[in-house]
Design a protein around this ligand. Structure first.
Ligand SMILES: [Zn+2]
Length: 304
């Protein structure tokens, strides 16, 4: 009966090796191909997905506001299983994608659709009239408030769970762990911002309204994020602004044209410092949470 024992063993080995192959290949084949619109969404989706899915970011490395997808980007989206973007307010082109017309089965998902977005400060009372693009009245920059990032992580977890029901609990668990981490980050900075000497900061890119609201701060923007050189009249107004609010520092973006801020530096003596709105991939191997932590730290140190 020895041969039967051998046969049994060989069969077992065959079955085992087949199982191994199957689980390996199913991991590759059944993982979703996910395309994301820009850095914060890419990072969240990647963390919630673990290693299961193939996650890409379209070519928005230089930021998202003026970004329009190239034909290759659109093709990448239509070839994917899922495309996740932040908000129609930010990536308005994403709302115009027409996968069905293109014969694509990609699911197009808006990650912020469960978040309550607020009006851009100063535009709260503007009435929506016919022909007006209402979206332009709202502020998309929720990714700079840790509490809202946590909420968006949960929303992304839900979207992934719907797109891939087999792994629903895995995605939802990762997302809720992530939400707790962002809540902890938010809590860490509450007492720090409560104690800062100053509560007002000035930015060239007014991306920090939600951050300001979270911590009882006030963000002032210079010259409506204009990147042009101000004319003498505008410059006089800005000088007055700097004097009125006793502005010492203007936060600018890394890698963006800061010509306006440079002009201000030479004409008003204000300091320029970088405060990253985390719209472009910082390419530094830190998690999104660590990068957001660094942004909050920069802001807190300035206000101390
Ligand atoms: Zn922005």
């Amino acid at each position: 009966m020895k041969w039967m024992k051998y046969l049994f063993l060989s069969l077992m080995l065959l079955v085992l090796s087949a199982c191994g192959q199957q689980s390996q290949s199913s991991q590759v084949q059944s993982g979703l191909r996910i395309v994301t619109s820009f850095y914060p969404i890419y990072s969240l989706v990647k963390e919630i997905s673990g290693d299961y899915n193939d996650i890409r970011m379209i070519g928005s490395r230089n930021g998202i506001h003026s970004y329009e997808p190239s034909p290759a980007d659109v093709k990448g989206i239509y070839d994917a299983d899922v495309f996740i973007y932040h908000s129609k307010i930010l990536e308005s082109w994403a709302g115009r994608l027409e996968p069905n017309v293109q014969g694509s089965k990609v699911k197009v998902l808006e990650a912020s659709s469960g978040l309550e977005l607020q009006r851009v400060p100063g535009l709260e009372d503007v009435e929506v009239t016919e022909g007006m693009d209402e979206a332009s009245l709202y502020d998309p920059h929720t990714w700079l408030d840790p509490v809202l990032v946590g909420q968006e992580a949960v929303l992304i977890g839900n979207l992934l769970a719907e797109a891939d029901p087999e792994r629903a609990s895995y995605y939802n668990e990762n997302a809720s762990k992530l939400q707790q981490q962002y809540q902890d980050l938010a809590d860490k900075y509450r007492p720090i911002f409560e104690k800062t000497r100053s509560k007002t900061f000035v930015t060239q890119h007014t991306a920090f309204s939600y951050t300001a609201k979270r911590y009882g701060l006030r963000q002032l923007g210079i010259a409506g994020v204009s990147e042009e050189e101000p004319n003498p009249r505008q410059l006089a107004e800005i000088k007055e602004f700097v004097d009125t609010y006793d502005v010492k520092t203007i936060f600018v973006e890394k890698g963006k044209s800061d010509k306006l801020a440079q002009t201000l530096k030479s004409s008003t003596g204000v300091d320029l410092k970088i405060l990253d709105p985390l719209e472009a991939d910082p390419e530094n191997n830190l998690t999104y949470l660590e990068n957001l932590d660094a942004v909050l730290d920069t802001l807190a140190k300035e206000l101390q």
